[in-house]
Design a protein around this ligand. Structure first.
Ligand code: FRU
Length: 499
């Protein structure tokens, strides 16, 4: 079985060849989702960055397109965003065509070699054919480096209340806020970050957006900040803050600040493999939720994972929503509803009390390299609830909930090839359970080399990758006692009409 067959994801986007990292410039327009991405087409490790491109009508079947942006005299094309400029504020639109405008970082490697620090500046490019081909603006860069070594990853969004564009951009260990009327000239407002949040690494890939609080008429602003290193289970990860954006400042909500003193679990994802994720432009769900995708790897070992032709994939697209818990607001993430359309068979649907130590299936009736499992356990008791996926090679991936300690866990230490990096399997990934509900629900999404866990309706999320020596084909669930109530477990095949 070839490396391609064993590790090429079934329904997560991966580039045909070469290196990929962050998703960039994601937007929706005219029936298509667009994904651009940090790409080095000529090698399978990080190199001179281009923007690769892929399109999809359903967020799961992606078709790679020609490279969108190539490095130029201003440097490599680092991460950034894209907006649909419906009102042609940029005046790039001609003949009534709606311009798509990309805002990205130009990173100058030559200047970097001379030891200069002002090597990152913000540039723009526009497309008049719905994101397929791009023209770089002759006035680049549009936002010059203010004298910081790291100044990158502009995320722009339309501020409907104030009728202007907002930009958040990472600058060292803070996030700076800028505004513009035309996407070409930018004015600085303020910066955010001093004395708050995790500062054990450089801040990258911010995103700022407003979300309704589910079940109320309240709206809050959410700021995502990726950090490398400093993640909850080592390496790179994405933290978030909830507050208000008053037109010039982002102010973290008092209740959120209080809760941050008690715990440090405000992570978009607690697993090791969801980084640099941001939201799509020009689309939200009917409740105002945002669409999000991340890079499904970690800077700790991304350059070493054992794929041959390509490296990395994106996460499953998720909906981000906001709920108000007992003490403060929480971001919740769940797979997009489009996923439901791909379920072809329901393997198990059990409304019974099962005995402990239950082997659910070793059946060949389901292919665990494309599956979704939904379950509910009622009346949690102390002890460890363990799921296990395994294969004939003796590889095993274990995950579940330690109810005594209150931790979710993913243990990939014996899940296949791990020796490519000593940082890949040096620990079991843990995540504190936020919910204190006596019942436990979860959604498990499986592809060939990834697991995405959405527990308690998306309150705690864990995404991890692994590289088994053969596909996992048996699935096991073990409860701490014989007396437990598995209210249901639905194991569903995901069928994608890939072409
Ligand atoms: C995040 C990041 C960004 C940068 C890009 C370079 O993973 O470091 O800050 O723009 O990757 O490829």
């Amino acid at each position: 079985i070839s490396n391609e067959d064993l590790y090429r994801p079934n329904f997560h986007f991966s580039p045909e060849k070469g290196w990929m990292n962050d998703p960039n410039g994601m937007f929706y327009y005219n029936g298509y989702y667009h994904l651009y991405f940090q790409h080095y087409p000529d090698g399978t490790t990080w190199g001179p960055m281009h923007w690769g491109h892929a399109i999809s009508t359903d967020l799961f079947n992606w078709k790679e397109q020609p490279i969108a942006l190539f490095p130029d005299e201003l440097g490599y094309i680092f991460s950034g965003s894209a907006v649909v400029d419906i009102e042609n504020t940029s005046s790039f639109g001609v003949d009534g065509k709606t311009p798509i405008v990309a805002i990205y970082t130009s990173h100058d490697p030559k200047k970097e070699k001379t030891g200069d620090i002002d090597v990152e500046n913000q540039s723009i490019a526009y497309s008049l054919d719905e994101g397929l081909t791009w023209t770089k603006y002759e006035g680049n860069p549009v936002l010059k480096n203010p004298g910081v070594r790291d100044f990158r990853d502009p995320k722009v969004s339309w501020d409907d209340e104030r009728k202007r564009w907002n930009m958040v951009v990472a600058a060292g260990q803070e996030i700076q806020f800028y505004i513009s009327k035309d996407l070409k000239s930018w004015e600085k407002l303020t910066s955010f970050g001093e004395g708050i949040g995790n500062h054990s690494g450089v801040w990258e890939c911010p995103d700022l957006f407003q979300l309704p609080v589910i079940g109320s008429s309240e709206k809050k602003w959410v700021l995502l900040v990726s950090i490398n290193p400093g993640g909850p289970n080592t390496g790179s990860a994405t933290q978030y803050f909830v507050g208000d954006f008053n037109g010039s400042n982002f102010i973290v909500d008092e209740s959120f600040k209080e809760e941050m003193k008690r715990e440090h679990s405000f992570w978009v994802d607690h697993g090791r493999d969801n980084y640099a994720g941001v939201t799509f432009s020009n689309i939200e769900n009917k409740d105002g939720g945002k669409l999000f995708m991340g890079w499904m790897s970690n800077w700790l070992y991304a350059n070493e994972v054992p794929t041959e032709k390509w490296r990395s994939a994106t996460t499953t697209a998720r909906t981000l929503e906001l709920v108000k818990g007992k003490n403060t607001y929480r971001l919740i993430a769940n797979p997009v509803p489009e996923l439901h359309e791909f379920k072809s068979k329901k393997l198990e649907s059990l409304d019974v009390v099962l005995e402990g130590n239950t082997l659910l299936t070793t059946s060949k009736a389901i292919d665990f390299t494309s599956a979704q499992i939904n379950f509910k356990v009622e009346d949690l008791v102390d002890g460890v609830y363990t799921f296990e996926l395994s294969n004939s090679e003796g590889d095993s991936l274990r995950f579940g909930y330690d109810a005594t300690k209150g931790n979710y866990f993913v243990d990939r230490n014996k899940a296949g090839i791990t020796d490519f990096s000593n940082k890949f399997s040096d620990r079991i990934a843990l995540a504190p359970r936020i919910s204190n509900h006596k019942n436990w629900t979860g959604t498990i999404i499986l592809d060939k080399t990834s697991i995405e866990l959405f527990f308690d309706n998306g309150q705690t999320v864990m995404t991890e990758i692994f590289f088994p020596k053969a596909p996992f084909d048996s699935f096991y669930f073990k409860a701490p006692s014989d007396e437990y109530n598995l209210e249901y477990i639905d194991i569903q095949q995901l069928k994608f009409n890939l072409n």
